[in-house]
Design a binder for this molecule. Sequence first.
Ligand code: ISL
Length: 560
Amino acid sequence: PVERVWWKEAVVYQIYPANFLDSNGDGLGVDTIWLPPIFASPQKDMGYDIADYRSIHAPYGTVADVQKLIDELHSQQMRLLMDLVVNHTSDEHEWFKESRSSRTSAKRDWYFWRDPKYDEQGIRKEPNNWKSVFGGSAWHFDETTGQYYLALFLLSQPDLNWTNYAMRQATYDDMRFWLDRGVDGFRIDSMNLMSKHPNLPDGKVVTDEPYQSGAEFFASGPKMHDYVREMRAEVFDNYDIMTVGELGFTKDEHSVGQYVAKDRRELNMLFTGDIVDMDFGPNGKYERSDFHPSKIRNVTNLWQTAMPKLNGWNSVYLDNHDSGRSLSRYASDAPEHRAAAAKMLATYMATLSGTLFLLAGQEIGMANLGKDYGADAYIDVEAKNHYKAVLKARGGDESRVADVLKELQLKARDHGRLPMQWDSSPNAVFTTTDSKPWMTINKDHKEWNAASQIDDSTSVMAYWKQMLALRKQNTDILVYGSYSPLPESETGEVVLGYERECHETGKKAGVLLNFSATQQRVLAAKRYPDFSVLVSNQDPNFVDGQITLKPFGAIVLQSA
Ligand code: ISL
């Protein structure tokens, strides 16, 4: 049997700090809050560029305010998860300022500094061909000392050199600073980029662009597991906390197992990212690739079946601040389907094994910005850089980048960062000022908002509450139970079906989810002659051993 722990049963609610307001106590049934970085930062990457890990970005408050938040959450048996961004800092961090000041600085080696290379014409070149995640070279020349520094994200986010022992110790001290104040765990940003290949070799040339990914030399490098284990032994093990690593680039079963297999004493769980990448192209996020329900079937079956074998634990999520809303990408935000589709996705999440992570707004069916928003609505660096680069490559002609805008309308990080839609008032109550809010407020908030759903028993929010309550009541089946996929021959191509079973009691739940906008007949009903309907987003129809699922219909059946 699987060991029971609080963090396995947790329902985490991710709040985007720049977007939220406050809560008035109407419970959704979540018990843990994840706050992406709220620390002192120039905000070039919405706080993922930290200038001081021990102070708070002034507009958000102070360390004392966070202490109050922690204490209040604890007094309500809730918990706080923070972002731990230690692959890189801001260039305004004292460590970097000192490191950059001279070649002999005591902190020089805390970051990656390398001499330039020169081509045959004597022209200065970067130390290698690695490309930044946000475009351009990952190396930046610093006039002060005549060397380049490495920054895999923005040039203002220099990468920390984890081979340096003193840097690691200083970072562990920063972690203890928050854990000693009662923080209940960390989501570890860009976790597997901390160990790079010691020689920083050129990445394999796969495109005709000047810079190449290079990920094979900076993701899950040779020392990665030593660092995670050290972090765990020196810091994490002294507290009762949860740890979630964000895993980029390497996400095969074997590599994943190495981080989460219980006996390896590394992390509790991971975000492998493949669930948010299902409509990315092979050469990049903004390349066209249609979502098909077979993709979610494959990813779900893969990790739900693999994790128990690996003796690890799953994270269950569909949305985060780095992508478009799952509702718009994998289901439907068309007016006639939106509520059913949001409920179907809620059914999916709440009936899988793992720790749940909801992005604020999912519970009211928030969607992407509509197709009537132009490129100027997108303000995140990733979207902007990509748009500008393609526009430039196509001669600056706006009429030739319609395909790029189409991809942004699906996947830009901005959608995951839309201000919370509290009500139908002009600024959705998110802000009371008359000045322009920092970020577009989706005009669909007039109809899709919390206020209109809170007392409506048929709303998406009411359905989420029901699903989360159901999950709590059936922890033995839905959190800890085994997972078996239903064969496609019984569900059809576009319906995802699986069974969950409690190890101790043998009690079962059958889940059927229609990921299409058309009605589907499902043969799997034959399995369930004496099952009852536990929950559904439609009136279930049983006819001759078949179930008819309406567009985006969802049914959970339960054995007696
Ligand atoms: O956002 C992405 C794709 O659109 C990812 O490649 C992302 O950059 C990567 O998963 C790392 O993300 C994390 O670190 C970044 C930050 O911008 C992201 O918001 C954060 O989730 C740099 O700190």
